[in-house]
Write a protein that binds this ligand. Structure first.
Ligand code: NAP
Length: 256
């Protein structure tokens, strides 16, 4: 059976590295994104060119699909598009995530909380729901694997930066534990990676593009990480090599 992977937020950063590595390992990949179509197309083209072929049988090896994971109708359309164009989904990486300008809790309003929780938490729930409806052996599916992209922020709390984002990732950790137990007998494994200090654009969204330079002395390995280093952990958790691993976490944060 073909392995079909959906990577939410697969157009940049950790998601893009995951999409490319998965394609190298033989997955057909859906690169989801929200706004940046050019970045998503670049990932799809890189996949198509690196393998020397655009199709596996009559199906493409990679597609880009715009959908805001925080919007339920977008998520439903995302999964329907994958059904039609790639076939039955076997793997999901809930990677799409946002943070906003560094700010103390006393200065955070409800509108921001709603945005941060919607993109990071509600989006992961909705995508998992659609994946489970297709993967569950209790619903006629063939099983599958889900990896949630949490953060070491869930442990560290991100004081003075974005406690709202850290709390959203704490919710993702609890979601991972509960969902793993809930769908274990439906042939679905659910795990999480907790990255930290990875060199991507997300730090610019917090208003500090050079954040890793500031904090790197406090990281035991003494440097920031690269997106590919997170992607490798994600791909292992998705793979048959992790067949007895569910409800687990891999921290990819240089020992912090
Ligand atoms: P990034 O470089 O900012 O990329 C974010 C990706 O998510 C983009 O592809 C973006 O698409 C997409 N996205 C954002 N909101 C979306 C939405 N509502 N619906 C669909 N797609 C959406 O981020 P990153 O650093 O790679 O982070 C990826 C994940 O790792 C996030 O969950 C983040 O919290 C987590 N993480 C990152 C770090 C780190 O140090 N970088 C550390 C811990 C955890 P568009 O470009 O189209 O908006």
């Amino acid at each position: 059976m073909n392995q079909v992977l959906i990577v939410t937020g697969g157009s940049r950063g950790i998601g893009a590295a995951t999409a490319r590595l998965a394609a190298e390992q033989g997955y057909a990949v859906c690169v989801n994104y929200r706004h940046n179509q050019a970045a998503a197309s670049t990932v799809v083209e890189a996949i198509t060119q690196s393998g020397g072929r655009a199709m596996v049988g009559d199906r493409p090896r990679a597609i880009a699909v715009a959908a805001d994971v925080a919007v339920e109708s977008d998520v439903v359309r995302l999964f329907q598009t994958v059904d039609e164009q790639l076939g039955q989904v076997t793997a999901l990486v809930n990677n799409a995530g946002i943070l906003e300008q560094q700010r103390r809790v006393e200065d955070i309003d409800a509108a921001r909380l709603a945005r941060v929780l919607a993109a990071n938490v509600i989006g992961s729930f909705l995508c998992a729901r659609e994946a489970i409806r297709r993967m569950s052996t209790q619903r006629g599916g063939a099983g599958g694997a889900i990896v949630n992209v949490s953060s070491v922020a869930a442990r560290l709390g991100s004081p003075g930066e974005y406690v709202d984002y850290a709390a959203a990732k704490g919710a993702i950790d609890t979601f991972t534990i509960g969902l793993a137990k809930e769908v274990a007998d439906a042939g679905i494994r659910v795990n999480a990676v907790r990255p930290g200090f990875i060199d991507t654009d997300i730090h610019a969204s917090g208003g500090e593009p050079n954040r890793i330079e500031r904090v790197k002395a406090s990281i035991p390995l003494g440097r920031g990480g690269q997106a590919i280093e997170v992607a490798r952990a994600i791909l292992w958790l998705l793979s048959a090599e992790a067949s007895y691993t569910t409800g687990s976490f891999i921290d990819v944060a240089g020992g912090k």
